[in-house]
Design a protein around this ligand. Sequence first.
Ligand SMILES: NC(=O)c1ccc[n+]([C@@H]2O[C@H](COP(=O)([O-])OP(=O)(O)OC[C@H]3O[C@@H](n4cnc5c(N)ncnc54)[C@H](O)[C@@H]3O)[C@@H](O)[C@H]2O)c1
Length: 282
Amino acid sequence: MASQQPDGPFADRVVFVTGAARGQGREHAVRFAEAGADVIAVDVCEQLDSVAYPMATPEDLAETVASVEKTGRRIVAERCDVRDRDRLAAIVSRGVEEFGRLDFVLANAGIMPATGPQGREINAYVDAVDIMLNGVYYTVDAALPALLDNSDGGAIVITSSAAGLKSVSTDLGTMTHGAAGYTAAKHGVVGLMRHFAASLAARNIRVNSVHPGGVATPMVLNEAMVGFITENPSFGQSQMPLMTLPMMESGSVTDAIMFLCGPAGRYITGVALPIDAGLQLR
Ligand SMILES: NC(=O)c1ccc[n+]([C@@H]2O[C@H](COP(=O)([O-])OP(=O)(O)OC[C@H]3O[C@@H](n4cnc5c(N)ncnc54)[C@H](O)[C@@H]3O)[C@@H](O)[C@H]2O)c1
């Protein structure tokens, strides 16, 4: 669809989102587009052996494309595994060639490999760290040349988790390889966030992480997770926020990310922001 007259707080800006086929990543892509940004989107759109619930499909990514285009903004969307650094870099380059710049990077792609029989295989640990720690590094690294080219600075937001500030596993029953990998990766990206925040501050590129509690997406609303909680009530209790709100929707995470990327967040960098209705206080 032809681009409309740019409008909104992110008019003429460009955002790069990983894991954009559904869930939080799709919400971020569409809301940034509604705010005027063009979108570079990637998602693996493939079932991984270490994951016990259905992952996103190419049709999901097509739906993200259609939703972004409906806003009048443009999108470059490709299937890509965030473990593939060269392909990430090539896709960012294509997007920047098309849209002329890059302003925001949302390193959002992730898996929850703690549940099901797969979660007890060592591959679950390896995939968790490869995708949610190494993949985040590759995502930011692939975007850096374009961000550094941008004389206006920019913003990077890494989606960690409540599990970036406390353990997923609560006892021996929940001590799966996947839970270890998830906790390790989500803590690890706080280190990456501080590394990039310090290194890029002089170029006015701000870097923060967000740490959601439970968000209503297919990652947690699935049979494998229900089974894990039923078998391990301590895990279910540890995931209960203190506040008595309904389960968080993706849009509440998008709200925080838009704040961090927008002018209201211009003095904020190096921050690990919980969005968890008090879960960390438990
Ligand atoms: N849902 C929650 O309760 C919750 C809570 C805290 C943090 N998070 C984090 O939020 C982020 C988004 O998750 P979501 O809740 O939207 O789940 P989701 O499963 O709906 O979306 C995750 C997306 O990432 C994609 N993805 C997975 N591995 C990939 C890879 N190797 N390369 C490229 N894309 C890949 C998936 O295909 C999927 O589209 C994840 O990093 C997750 O760990 C989720």
